[in-house]
Design a protein around this ligand. Structure first.
Ligand SMILES: CC(C)(COP(=O)(O)OP(=O)(O)OC[C@H]1O[C@@H](n2cnc3c(N)ncnc32)[C@H](O)[C@@H]1OP(=O)(O)O)[C@@H](O)C(=O)NCCC(=O)NCCS
Length: 228
């Protein structure tokens, strides 16, 4: 795999990459559902709630109550974790990911890259990342989006290379910093960003999902930034 990474080419997105890029995006969004659900259900609060509902169900009804009541609770938490990510994925697939050239490549200070490797004589997309230039007053910065590495090509330094590509691109344009938004179940991504020198920023974040989804899923959505 190390050899493969050496042979990887990071290049601008082409329209012919669309199907693979969309498929990789869908897989990676859904990957967050399981750790999200696991984190929520293994928290002391949720374990206590589940146990309490189990006992309450038993006292109110029977063994069936002891299963149905906590079962409904666990189902509700899973639904929130699932919808939080699945609805985000659906929305992005329906909108901005349908027109990557229009949304990420039409301005000179934005870019969308893919990492391509030759596998069994065929070129395959192994990762992607994008940056969009943002202006606030006189300050210009880059916002990093869509950092995704194919599950078959992880932990060999490709995510680091892709993120470094974004950082170098932003430096060349004289941007003051690179910012991004992520969520607590994305522990690998947070570790990667910290390794690259990003730190947490205290700043309000917005989600398209209802607030109670985020609350019940016990997810934190936060910003990170790296000054250049
Ligand atoms: C996050 C992600 C892009 C990392 O890509 P990657 O190519 O595997 O990362 P790298 O091999 O370049 O790792 C660089 C560093 O990141 C950290 N890291 C990466 N994966 C990690 C993991 N699973 N656990 C802990 N740290 C991890 C480590 O510090 C690592 O350095 P090391 O290997 O010297 O310890 C990849 O796991 C991914 O696509 N995840 C799903 C999508 C996602 O969460 N995207 C981010 C949305 S904000």
């Amino acid at each position: 795999m190390f050899l493969l990474v050496m042979q990887l080419v990071i290049r601008r997105y082409r329209p012919s990459d669309k199907d693979t890029v969309l498929a990789l995006f869908s897989i990676s969004i859904r990957e967050h559902i399981r750790p999200c659900f696991h984190n929520a259900m293994t928290s002391p609060l949720y374990l206590a709630i589940t146990l309490t509902l189990c006992v309450t169900g038993y006292l109110l009804g029977s063994v069936l109550g002891a299963v149905v009541l906590p079962g409904a609770w666990v189902g509700l938490v899973y639904y929130c974790c699932h919808e939080l990510y699945a609805s985000y994925g659906r929305e992005k697939l329906r909108t901005e990911m349908q027109d990557i050239p229009g949304n990420y490549l039409s301005r000179p200070d934005d870019c969308f890259w893919v990492a391509e490797a030759e596998v069994d004589g065929r070129a395959q997309i192994m990762g992607m990342v994008a940056v969009v230039a943002k202006q606030s007053g006189k300050e210009r910065h880059g916002e990093l989006f869509r950092m995704i590495i194919s599950p078959s090509c992880r932990r060999v330094g490709l995510g680091f290379r892709m993120a470094q590509t974004v950082i170098d691109f932003c430096k060349e344009r004289g941007f003051s910093r690179v910012v991004l938004e992520t969520s607590s179940p994305a522990t690998a991504a947070v570790a990667l960003y910290k390794k690259l020198g990003f730190s947490h920023v205290l700043s309000p974040t917005k989600t398209q999902a209802p607030v109670w989804f985020v609350t019940l899923a016990k997810v934190s959505i936060f910003k990170m930034e790296k000054h250049l």
